[in-house]
Structures are given as structure tokens and as C-alpha cells.
Design a protein around this ligand. Structure first.
Ligand SMILES: [Zn+2]
Length: 319
């Protein structure tokens, strides 16, 4: 049997027919027309799925299910997109619409939760039983896979790990509270800290790295210049690792995962990110219990550009 994985993004919908091992067999996608309603966009998706099956001499009976990863507040039990700020979708019965159009059983899930499933079934978290995933991007996304099961919480609205408190009365967070991990460990926060360090040190190599253009400062700027020995860049990286490390230690103490998977743009730093992070977490005894605590592996996500499609397809994969 084959599976259809659908990755709904802010501007386009990327999909593929996938086999049980996660091989992408046929890709298909389209750009979301922002003038169209959610229902109209899903109508387009349903039509494209039907056409792709026909073009490849497949029938709905060859497909075990359609898995859909969607940004925003998604109730995987009811199959509704309750609210998606990116898409401006509200109270949209995603599963009912897609099932009606395609006659194929469908499931929808928040894209971050689909991502951790993908990593567990096919990627960097394969073989682990309890996994915490942190997606380091504009914000800090969270995912929890505990004792061999995805944990979503009430109405699938849990695992907002980025909005756990790191500093009381600390930096203002996008959620309206003060001191959340996201306000310290997101790429947006890292960029702010990088800019702060550059302003303090006009001789920093970071200025040369971005050609004097602060609009070019990214999450990679401090990491890349620290590799070349720039002390101000190194300070930014050290501080960032401490922020993220303390966040990881909180989650280690609460969930005691056997692995933490880091996704999002910054995970492209790979060992430059995980090595100092593991060293920091190890220096704190891997959380409560000190020398009696089990170690925690910290790895970067491995599904790359297809993580969204494969995570969605993983909704229909067996462990
Ligand atoms: Zn917050």
C-alpha cells in the first residue's frame, strides 16, 4: 500500500505519493492563492490528488491514507483546523473535505507534531522511545513522543515547549508573556543577540562576514564567525548554547527522553550546535540525578526538505 503525504505551508502545498519505507514516488504541489478560501484551496488539493492518482494508474484503493501536516491550531481528533494564523483558516473541517473529494481516509495534524513522527519513523529519532523535538526557527516549536507514542495533549494543543519559562520577568515573548524559552533560543532571538554583540564590538569579524549589512545577519552569523575565532561571536554562541541548554535540561528533567532532536533552520549548523550543547548538558549531569542519570543523545533532524511530506505520511505508517 502507498500513502499520500501533504505538507501545507504558508505559501504552497507540497505533496507526494510515498511508500511504506518513506520513498517519495511521485511529487505534486501547487501555490496557495491567498485570495481563495480554505475550502477552495482544499478543493484544489483534492482535485490534484485525484488527477495524480489517475495519471499514475492508481486508484484510491491503492492508498492506505492521506496524511496532512498543517501549521496552526489543529485538532487531530476532530480533523479540524481550528485556527491558522499563517493561512487565515478558521474552523475548517480539513479531513471531512479531503475525504469527501478523494474517497481516501485522511488524517490532519499540526505540522510540528507530524515532524517529530517523521523523525521517529524515518529520520534522526529512529529507534528512540521517548523524544523531545525543538524546532529552532522564527520561534521555538515543540514536539513530544513519549514511551513510544506521540503526545499531543488536550485538543492536540500541547507540546508548546518554546513557551515554557526560562527567565522570570525576562524578555517579552511573541505569546505576550515574559521570559519564555522562545525569547532566548529562537533564531530571531539569536539574531537580536548577534546584532547587539556587533554594535558593542565594531572590530568583530561578524561585520566583515555580512559585508557591513546588518540585514544580512542570520542565525548562522555568530556560529560561522566563532568557528574562525572571533571572540564576540564566540560569546554570542556560548550564551545561546546556555539558553538552549537550560531549556533542554528542563525538558530532560520533566520527560527524561532518550533523545532530543533539533530541527529548523539553525539545525543546519549540525555538530557546531550539538557538540557544545551536549557538553553543556553533560556538565549539568544530564539533569536531575547527576551521575545516576541516563545520558541523553542530542541530534539534528535528518529528513531535510522533505521532512514535512514525510512527517505527514508518517501518520499512516506503522512503527
Ligand atoms: Zn511565549
Amino acid at each position: 500500500m502507498k500513502i499520500i503525504g501533504v505538507d501545507i505551508g504558508g505559501t504552497s502545498i507540497k505533496s507526494a505519493i510515498v511508500d511504506e519505507e518513506g520513498q517519495l514516488l511521485v511529487r505534486f504541489s501547487f501555490r496557495i492563492d491567498p485570495r481563495k478560501s480554505g475550502e477552495e484551496t482544499l478543493l484544489e488539493l483534492g482535485k490534484l490528488i485525484n488527477k495524480t492518482l489517475l495519471d499514475n494508474a492508481l486508484s484510491p484503493k491503492d492508498i492506505s491514507g492521506i496524511g496532512i501536516g498543517c501549521p496552526g491550531s489543529i485538532n487531530s481528533t476532530t480533523g479540524y483546523c481550528d485556527y491558522s494564523n499563517n493561512l487565515r483558516w478558521e474552523n475548517l473541517p480539513v479531513v471531512a473535505i479531503v475525504e469527501k473529494l478523494t474517497s481516501i481516509p485522511s488524517k490532519v495534524m499540526n505540522d510540528a507534531n507530524a515532524a517529530i513522527l517523521g523523525e521517529v519513523r524515518l529520520g534522526a529519532a529512529k529507534g528512540y522511545h521517548s523524544v523531545v523535538m525543538l524546532t529552532l526557527g522564527t520561534g521555538v516549536g515543540g514536539g513530544l513522543y513519549l514511551n513510544d507514542r506521540l503526545y499531543e495533549g488536550n485538543e492536540s494543543k500541547g507540546a508548546e515547549l518554546g513557551h515554557s519559562l526560562l527567565v522570570m520577568d525576562g524578555r517579552e515573548c511573541t505569546c505576550g508573556r515574559f521570559g519564555c524559552l522562545e525569547a532566548y533560543a529562537s533564531v530571531s532571538a539569536l539574531i537580536k543577540d548577534t546584532l547587539g554583540a556587533m554594535r558593542k564590538d565594531p572590530k568583530s569579524a561578524m561585520w566583515g562576514y555580512v559585508g557591513g549589512d546588518i540585514a544580512k545577519v542570520s542565525g548562522f552569523t555568530a556560529f560561522e564567525c566563532a568557528k574562525k575565532g572571533d571572540p564576540s561571536a564566540q560569546k554570542v554562541v556560548d550564551q545561546y548554547i546556555r539558553f538552549l541548554g537550560e531549556g533542554c535540561l528542563n525538558f530532560i528533567n520533566v520527560f527524561r527522553p532518550d533523545a532530543i532532536v533539533l530541527g529548523g533552520g539553525l539545525s543546519g549548523q549540525k555538530e557546531a550546535l550539538t557538540k557544545p550543547l551536549v557538553a553543556y548538558v553533560a556538565s549539568q549531569g544530564f539533569g536531575f540525578g547527576g551521575s545516576h542519570s541516563p545520558k541523553v543523545d542530542i541530534v539534528v533532524s535528518s529528513l531535510g526538505n522533505d521532512a514535512g511530506i514525510l512527517g505527514a505520511a508518517a501518520l499512516w505508517m506503522k512503527v
